[in-house]
Design a protein around this ligand. Structure first.
Ligand code: CP
Length: 304
């Protein structure tokens, strides 16, 4: 693995190898290993042009646990604020001999542009680009499901909410499809759904009551208001009535349905607090798995 910008073209074996490696990382950490030395002498840069809590922190933690040096680039106090163009910033940072750049950007395709324009051998990892891809989230969601439901061929997954603007939904669909999921249902108001041709392995629903019926996994998405300039924002209370996951709807899903959310969650908008904090919630487990998946990705790319 040289770069990771999307899961779309990654073979199933590669996805499975990364998930297996994440488990190895988890077990090493569970046995008290706070630091491995797989990436000693490597330097990794977090280059986030959009806000992040989970992804940025877990990449930093992952890199440090593998023994790498980490730089958290502060966009607000960088020369980006003085008008420096993205590729000039890239080349400037490359001149400092980095091994990997973890990039998040609002423009879809930016990580691939960095791969094309990079002049050194730097690896690029996509930490979320526009509505296109969030590959490590797709991997950590697959890992979380696999820990509870190892046989994807029996799985019905429903992904509900603002699917149109969701890079998480796209990477989840790519991961779950590769792993052989039985059925992936996408659900949301028509204005917040992608074109069916874009995700041909999925079935599309407008009614969440129908979509959640018999589901083994329910992945809830927040309304991405920051990407909705041209769409009338749904009234939050009305949205929750139609698309919120509450205990009544969860009871329609398969027994023990896993409740997931990439975060940040908006309580009372796409998910009821008692469901987000309830016994079926795997939301914090997803966060923990993010560190192990990111350790696996960085080790796969950079370990000597
Ligand atoms: N899931 C996710 O990408 O969360 P952050 O925006 O907090 O990184």
């Amino acid at each position: 693995l040289r770069h990771l910008t999307t899961l779309e073209n990654l073979p199933r074996e590669c996805i499975e190898r990364l998930l297996d490696r994440a488990i190895t990382m988890r077990d090493a950490c569970a046995h008290g290993t706070r630091k491995l030395d797989l990436l000693t002498g490597r330097t990794i840069l977090n280059l986030f042009f959009e806000p992040s809590t989970r992804t940025r922190t877990s990449f930093e933690l992952a890199a440090r646990r593998l023994g790498a040096d980490v730089i958290n680039f502060d966009i607000g106090f960088s020369s980006t604020a003085k008008g420096e163009e993205l590729f000039d910033t890239l080349h400037t940072l490359e001149a400092m001999h980095l091994d990997a750049i973890i990039v998040r950007h609002k423009v879809s395709g930016t990580p691939d542009e960095l791969v094309k324009h990079a002049m050194s051998g730097v690896s690029v990892v996509n930490a979320g680009d526009g509505n296109r891809a969030h590959p490590t989230q797709g991997l950590l969601d697959a890992l979380t499901i696999r820990q509870h439901r190892p046989d994807f061929s029996k799985l019905i997954v429903v992904i509900c909410g603002d699917v149109k603007h969701s890079r998480v939904a796209r990477s989840d669909v790519h991961a779950f499809t590769k792993l052989g999921a039985k059925e992936i249902r996408l659900c949301g108001p028509a204005a917040l759904m992608p074109e069916a041709e874009e995700l041909p392995s999925c079935t599309f629903y407008e009614s969440f009551d129908e979509a959640v019926e018999g589901a083994d996994v329910a992945i809830m998405l927040r309304l991405q208001k920051e990407r909705m300039a041209s769409i009338d924002l749904p009234d939050e209370a009305a949205y929750f009535r139609e698309y919120g996951l509450d205990t009544r709807r969860l009871a329609k899903a398969a027994r023990g349905c896993l409740v997931m959310h990439p975060g940040p969650i908006n309580r009372g908008v796409e998910i009821a607090p008692e469901v987000a904090d309830g016994p079926q919630s795997r939301i914090l487990e997803q966060v923990g798995n993010g560190v192990f998946v990111r350790m696996a990705v960085l080790a796969e790319m950079l370990a000597r």
